[in-house]
Write a protein that binds this ligand. Structure first.
Ligand code: GTR
Length: 425
């Protein structure tokens, strides 16, 4: 009896303290609240940007500061003094002899703190440095292929449980994400591919900021405007780009950053904060990524902050159940990438991520792309499933579930080739 009564009590208290607990997510377009989307060209302190130059001098820095302060959080600036990259292993016989496969160890404070194992694939026989895709993975590099050569990830990975035999778990996962990373298809088109496990940079649970890169640069709890885990991952992506910059077979000026779901939120934030990423790809990133927060459709700010209190900064919690009070929305995150190329993809059954809200973010970032005379998406309504739209900004809606599939990659490869000068063969 008692546990049930206790549970009921906890539920009532939670419901009183927090009105959205126990409420179902809204999937009804008619119940999307009326909302006002800030004009991306209006400066937070007033006035309106009228040219690309004004955007770069005033609009972009002010928008970046606002989103950083109120949502993702301030991260350390640039490459730290103790940054180190070491080539650990190499084979020129990967993928049946078609590729060179390497593992690098990347550390941020000499030998202190996390050592990130970056897996790199290079197409064999390429003439000169090749363009590359860079993206984090959830459960370790060994998930990309069945090949036992790849070092299994024994550290913290998304979905791990306490008391588990880590090695057995890592081995069981070997090749499990092969469908999400069609390595051969990517390499055949002339690209390199680099990846690392996100948990190596910062663990994906609220650890009191004790592990990962936080304690290297922040003492104790980060201030309300400082970095959460998404910022830490984005910072890690910039450091992996620094590592790629030192690898002569890779053209670090032609790197597309890519991520799925929470890592799609991360690739957008990395692309917004680090202009060296020439193409930015968000796969099903949803709330806190490409989806407009003010629509409160599917996952909401309150829900994401309660489920994942470590992803965003302290200030972002102010907007739980108060999306209307947000002084910006995610179309401005997309606008921060302008005039560089950005591509957003949704999936029809991924309603939690609000496909319509993801499309609208790209659409409403256009005023900033217009300042650079960059073409628009060419449509004002979400295209039919399977159809890719746009040139510098791009979008598609895939039929199916929350996932990354070879169909998504087909669109990404075509988009990246269009937008990088020397990309691919
Ligand atoms: C969900 C979360 C989403 C998305 C997803 C993922 O639980 O609500 O925002 O990030 O996880 O990363 O797989």
């Amino acid at each position: 009896m008692l546990p049930a009564r206790l549970l009921a009590f906890v539920f009532v208290v939670a419901a009183l303290c927090c009105p959205s607990y126990g409420q179902r997510a809204n999937y009804d377009e008619a119940k999307v609240p009326e909302f006002h989307l800030p004009d991306p060209l209006v400066l937070p302190e007033g006035g309106r940007v009228a040219s690309a130059r004004e955007w770069e001098e005033k609009g972009r820095p002010a928008t970046l500061k606002l989103i950083e302060r109120e949502m993702y959080g301030r991260m350390p600036v640039g490459k730290p003094a103790g940054f180190k990259v070491v080539l650990d292993r190499e084979t020129s016989d990967a993928l049946g002899g078609k590729a060179v496969r390497r593992e690098y160890l990347v550390s941020f404070a000499e030998d202190k703190g996390p050592r990130v194992r970056m897996l790199l694939y290079l197409p064999k026989g390429a003439k000169g440095p090749v363009p590359a895709f860079l993206g984090l993975n959830f459960r370790g590099n060994q998930c990309l292929e069945k090949d036992p050569w790849i070092t299994p990830e024994l550290g913290y990975v998304v979905g791990s449980r306490k008391g588990e035999d880590r090695r057995a778990r890592a081995e069981a996962m070997r090749g499990s994400a092969a469908g999400r990373w069609p390595v051969e298809m990517i390499l055949e088109q002339g690209f390199a591919l680099a990846t690392a496990c996100c948990g190596n940079i910062d663990p994906d649970f609220h650890d009191g900021w004790k592990n990962g890169v936080h304690p290297l640069f922040t003492e104790g709890e980060p201030a309300p405007d400082e970095w959460g885990t998404v910022s830490a991952w984005a910072w890690g992506l910039s450091r992996l780009l620094d590592a790629l910059d030192g690898i002569k077979e890779v053209n670090a000026e032609e790197v597309a950053v890519i991520g799925h779901s929470r890592l799609g939120k991360t690739s957008l934030w990395a692309g917004a904060t680090d202009p060296r990423f020439k193409v930015v790809i968000s796969n099903n990133s949803g709330c806190g990524g490409a989806a407009l927060s003010k629509r409160a459709y599917g996952e909401t700010v309150g829900r994401i902050n309660r489920s994942f209190p470590h992803w965003f900064n302290g200030n972002f919690k102010k907007y739980n159940e108060k999306e209307e009070a947000l002084p910006f929305d995610q179309h401005q995150l997309i606008a921060l990438i302008a005039p560089r190329a950005v591509y957003v993809a949704s999936a029809t059954e991924d309603r939690w991520a609000d496909p319509t809200g993801e499309f609208l973010s790209v659409l409403h970032a256009q005023p900033v792309y217009d300042l650079y005379q960059k073409k628009s998406l060419g449509v004002i309504e979400s295209p039919a499933p399977g159809q890719s739209v746009g040139t510098v900004t791009g979008y598609h809606l895939r039929a199916g579930k929350h996932d990354v599939t070879p169909e998504d990659w087909k669109h990404y490869l075509a988009f990246v080739k269009r937008n990088l000068q020397k990309a691919g063969k």
